[in-house]
Write a protein that binds this ligand. Structure first.
Ligand SMILES: Cc1cc2nc3c(=O)[nH]c(=O)nc-3n(C[C@H](O)[C@H](O)[C@H](O)COP(=O)(O)O)c2cc1C
Ligand code: SF4
Ligand code: SF4
Length: 255
């Protein structure tokens, strides 16, 4: 059975999950959501959506993509979300979006992975990253095994209180996302390589006079911040934070 796994990722956590599941599924294709959202998405008998949790819900780009997902009502649709603390109501939000299109989210899992959000302290120290990723790897193996049986009605739910809070927090968070790139700047370590502009999934960075300029339609994935080889992208007072990407993700995956 052909599987298409659509993925969105800033620092490779979600991409590493997508890669691992694709390997297990056999006949599987990995497609970045940032590309699929522009071109008419393909359809398949089995469709996976793998992405990070942003403000207790799906990233805006993922929500937009799900709203126009091209799939047969019989398709087996599953999702795996990665998060650092709590997924809130992310799977429930996705499920509601798909239901509006007459589609069913058959199964959904959440995987705890390293934090990558600078406003909340950013990535943990390397030793902690390794511990969290080791636990995640074990969980991803279990998800892959479960997926072989194509379960239906199998959702990982967070507590009702988080799901309710999510209904308030998520829309507020989304409202501020595009403008949040006003806090980005490049510092004196910038050598004008342009990698930050190339990894940006929504072309929010333009190189002007050899320096990046943020254009105000950011998705807050923090790829520019974490993938800059010089650690020259700063966000607010984040300059001392660890830069992080999952070991299974490579810069070339994002270019
Ligand atoms: C803009 C933004 C918002 C986030 N919001 C949440 C959140 O609400 N709950 C949570 O547990 N983690 C949150 N995180 C952490 C990420 O979901 C987590 O680190 C994820 O695994 C990153 O995946 P990626 O490497 O595929 O981008 C957030 C990260 C970012 C960048
Ligand atoms: S990736 Fe870093 S060094 Fe390269 S242009 Fe961007 S800010 Fe400068
Ligand atoms: S500007 Fe940076 S944080 Fe915003 S979408 Fe582009 S790469 Fe992601």
């Amino acid at each position: 059975m052909k599987t298409i796994i659509y993925w969105f990722s800033g620092t490779g956590n979600s991409l590493s999950v997508a890669k691992a599941l694709a390997k297990q599924c056999g006949d599987a294709e990995l497609i970045p959501i940032a590309k699929a959202v522009k071109n008419p998405p393909l359809s398949a008998e089995r469709i996976g959506l793998v992405f990070p949790v942003y403000g207790w819900g799906p990233p805006a780009l993922v929500a937009k993509f799900a709203e126009k997902l091209n799939a047969s009502p019989d398709a087996y649709i599953f999702a795996v979300v990665t998060y650092a603390g709590s997924q809130g109501g992310t799977l429930a939000v996705l499920r509601r979006i798909l239901q509006k299109r007459g589609l069913d989210l058959a199964a959904g899992w959440g995987v705890k992975m390293p934090e990558n959000y600078p406003p909340l302290g950013g990535a943990p120290a390397p030793e902690k990253q390794q511990t969290v990723n080791a636990a995640a790897e074990e969980q991803i193996g279990k998800i892959a095994a479960e997926l072989q049986r194509s379960p239906r009605g199998r959702y990982e739910k967070s507590a009702a209180v988080w799901r309710m809070l999510s209904r308030v927090i998520y829309p507020l968070f989304q409202k501020n996302v595009p403008r949040a790139d006003r806090s980005f700047r490049s510092d004196e370590k910038c050598n004008g390589c342009g990698i930050c502009a190339k990894v940006c999934p929504v072309k929010d960075i333009e190189m002007i006079g050899g320096k990046p300029k943020w254009l105000g339609h950011c998705e807050q994935c923090y790829a520019c911040f974490h993938w800059c080889p010089q650690k020259a992208v700063q966000y607010g007072r984040s300059s001392k934070q660890h830069r992080y990407h999952h070991p299974a993700a490579e810069l070339s995956d994002f270019l």
